[in-house]
Design a protein. Structure first.
Length: 136
């Protein structure tokens, strides 16, 4: 009976992923990633950041959860694909990323992180989940 319950829970969990709102298939149009924030996991330190795409259609912000690094950037949304560039206020840290928006719930992509002060350049990969899915 215990195996049956565990199998049932796994089946329901997998089914819930397939039952995500598919009626909003146009969510990945050019405005698909604007005005929202994503809790983003990155393959190099600081590993956890919040990417925000403002509703003005061009402004991209990042907040590092480990260290508050001020800065600003821009993004270009090409439907499902987007690109973004970000520069810290002190000019020491830059991000240049390209990503994919999956129904505006999940973003994933790759890019380059450059720490000018340390003369360090890293290729990064990231995956982000819509922040509103996480309760406060």
């Amino acid at each position: 009976m215990k195996k049956f319950c565990i199998t049932g829970v796994i089946f329901v969990a997998l089914f819930s992923f397939s039952a995500f709102p598919t009626t909003r298939c146009l969510a990945a149009e050019p405005e698909g990633v604007t005005g929202v924030s994503y809790l983003t996991f990155i393959s190099s330190p600081p590993y956890l950041e919040i990417f925000s795409f403002n509703s003005d259609g061009t402004t991209f912000n990042m907040v590092t959860l480990e260290e508050q690094t001020p800065g600003a950037g821009t993004f270009i949304d090409n439907g499902i694909l987007f690109s973004a560039k970000w520069l810290s206020t002190d000019g020491n840290l830059t991000y240049d990323i390209v990503g994919l928006s999956l129904v505006s719930v999940v973003i994933m992509g790759t890019g380059e992180k450059e720490d000018i002060a340390d003369d360090d350049k890293n290729n990064i990969r990231f995956i982000g989940i819509l922040s509103s899915l996480f309760p406060d």
